[in-house]
Write a protein that binds this ligand. Sequence first.
Ligand SMILES: [Zn+2]
Length: 261
Amino acid sequence: MMGALPNNRHEAFCLEYMKDRAGGAAYRRAGYNTKSNDVAAAAASRLLINVKSGVPQRIAEFEAEYATKIGFEIEDALNKYLSILNADPATLTSLMRGACRYCQGTNHDFQWRTSREYADAVKKYDTAGQVAQIMMLEPSDLGGYGYRASQSPHPDCPECDGFGIARAHFAGTDNIPEASRPLFAGVKETQHGIEVKMHDQMAALDALAKHIGFFAKDHTCDLDTSDALTELLAGMIQKSSKMPVNSRSRQASNAANAPRS
Ligand SMILES: [Zn+2]
């Protein structure tokens, strides 16, 4: 145990840094006067690697102490991040494209779901009154019945050009694969529909990359990290364009308020 640093400000900096790992802010809270946040951040970065000051050793000591206290090792954190990174967001929410009403209708006419749906539309038209009818299209069942949103779009559909209609799909929590569960951060019902929350994969990637010293100037690893992890991360960074880029959580709303088709 090295104990408190002889320089009070260095000791204060270490304590502040452990609160939120925000170097610049910790530097200022420790009592240093700096002109700007950038200057504070730069000074903090220097202090964090200044072995002579004892700051890096003191922080390592705090980390070890905290880890023992809460029984949570750095490896646990890395594994948690890795499991978030390995999860596939598409298993939680996805974009589905299904037939429009004209895709599978006979001669690409409007296809009804059921005869009841057609009868309802006819009734609505018949009771609308002459003035309203001018603005309406008289229902016809030439396109037939049996529409399902899950049908494939027809490549020759004159209405949607084969693109169909995009719909957000949300996996039921029972159906989320085990490997994707770490990504799932809950569901919220909002006035605009359902939000599926996910943990931030880019933040996890960032944390892991920082841990292995990926962003260090000399590109050497600063900690004993396995080759497998380094390799995995390199691959992940290459694929990172596929990952959600929003900070905090990726959210998606369902089509509850979109017109039913
Ligand atoms: Zn279509």
